[in-house]
Design a protein around this ligand. Sequence first.
Ligand code: NDP
Length: 327
Amino acid sequence: MTFRALVVNKSDDHYQCELTQLSSEALPDEDVHLKVLYSSLNYKDGLAITGKAPVVRKFPMIPGIDLVAEVIQSRDEQFKAGDKVVLNGWSVGEKYWGGLAEYANLRGDWLIPLPSKLSAEQAMWIGTAGYTAMLSVMALQQHHISPESGPIVVTGAGGGVGSFAVYLLAKLGFKVIAVTGRESLHPYLKELGASEFMAREELDKPGKPLQKEQWAGAIDCVGSHTLANVCARTQYGGVVACCGLAQGMDLPASVAPFILRGVTLAGIDSVMRPKADRIKAWAQLAELVDANMLAKIGQTIPLEQALDYAHQLMDGQVKGRVAVKIA
Ligand code: NDP
């Protein structure tokens, strides 16, 4: 039997991604055999598909760092045929074959049940981006940041993680300042709950180590000078959740905000996150997201268009989230 899959290959200096047919015998020997229903396009998938950064660590590779799937067969007692499951991270789509294919074989320990309140499509509109935004919000809450503490700034607000961060924070009663390089997205971000806007250019250049205090917390999807300026403008005792690197992986900052204002920099990793945290984050997402709002953040494309959309994502032209319908 063969199945359709997006496959990344590298030979010498030639990097290539194409939609092709693979033999089901080529699937790895893992506990759970799955029929993929939806996957999604995340920033990391964009990097893997276009080859813009070396995120793929083994070739050939099926990209797709997240998926919702139906269990066909399982050697893991946690799952039985017919169960619907969600996967995020665990290096799937980088080191292990991922979600942009009709079938996948994965480890049972990596999977969590799809929350009953969410459809497969809705879960992939949320995807790793929404789950990472939720983990970031949880980090602010764990450090006792509440709506009374002051406003929260979200950078890269027009992207997948940023859109969800704006929405989830607003839903929880926070005042949200959205930082975007696209003024055309203001109406969309306002609908998600942003009450103030800041242009990307105000934060993406070198700035002073300490600046006027403007917010109690931040969810930063961007890194580099933006993150340095975000920390420099965080008020005394504030918390910055650092989850992305869309501007760069560097952090040209000083220790001043941390040692003079007691600011906390909270690192967010979604990939190796323990299962208990994943279940908690997905349960909260299922409670907080509203079907109408989800439909505004998400769009769905067929597998045939994933390649094209991955390039658009890398060019910063995609708004919100893109689910990929597989089955
Ligand atoms: P998207 O591509 O959807 O969004 C990124 C957004 O960042 C863009 O929409 C844009 O927002 C902004 N941006 C892009 N380039 C620049 C730039 N040069 N300078 C400043 N802002 C820029 O990606 P995701 O939302 O999926 O991911 C965001 C980041 O989070 C990525 O770096 C990704 O790798 C990381 N990530 C980390 C995870 C973790 O586990 N820590 C998990 C998931 C993602 P706008 O146009 O509004 O300015």
